[in-house]
Ligand binder design. Sequence first.
Ligand code: ASP
Length: 317
Amino acid sequence: MARILSTWRMSLEGAEKAQKLLNNNGSAGDAVETAIREVEENPLYRSVGLAGLPARDGSVSLDSGYMDGATLSIGAVGSIQDFAHPISISRALSKLHLNNCLFGIDAERWASANGFERINLHDPQSMKLWQDMLMKQSTPQVYKGHDTVCVIALDGANNIVVGTSTSGLFLKTPGRVGDSPMPGCGFYADATIGAAAATGVGEEIMKGCLSFDIVSLMKNGRTPQQACDEAVHQLDARMKKIRGYTDDLSVIAMDMHGNIGASTTIQNFSFVTPDEEGKLTVYVARHNEPETIYAPATQQWLDDYMAVRHAGKLEQW
Ligand code: ASP
């Protein structure tokens, strides 16, 4: 069963293209890259690619990861500026034998030398949000309500691939990377088991190596839903025990039969996947124990989501 699964409503248009590709015997790698490129080039979505929200110093830097479950090949870039499609760079790096994860200026040099498109990622509305935030706060707080696009694709040849792309946390310290370019944390795929990916506060997700943890739980017999809930709830409980709270995080997973799972610590985590009839659907999940609750998004929810973006506002969770 060829199936796409992706994080947040913003991935819908890309997921539509990717699902079509999979239905026409396209590869999981092409599906992941297609879906993520669509989000990267859409300036309405300010947490990925073009028009991404800036770091504290006003720079816009991007992180991305890619993993092929059949070969276990990994590629990742972190903290790169002014490239249109980090996911394509990550995918290209995954084809090399060594030197698969490149960060900062040397990643940019490699991408330039290998012909990847450079663009100015800055956008007037994102810069305005940055300026407003700086003016409001004497010590700017890192804004934690943010979204990474994560895509998992299972193809007809029985391969599974996962990819991520993000501009990271708004007002982050320049040079900071989160979980999204970190194998095992933001993404992991193994075509003998399945794949998982994460979005939310990277510093928290990395503490649990959440994507690898979920794939390991599936290896040990959990369904994708059980694996997502177990990994998230265990980390949540541990962090609350250590320091009284857990920063926001959400995950998705798929096994090799196309069964899916999602879990979250928040009340409003959206993801996209075909429903039982094969219709691509936006679901909204909310934190619940022992099992996450999710249902198709209402029209009102979908309208509100887009209205916030068209108005160039920040989403408040
Ligand atoms: N996980 C990303 C990061 O920490 C941000 C997000 O998904 O919201 O950079």
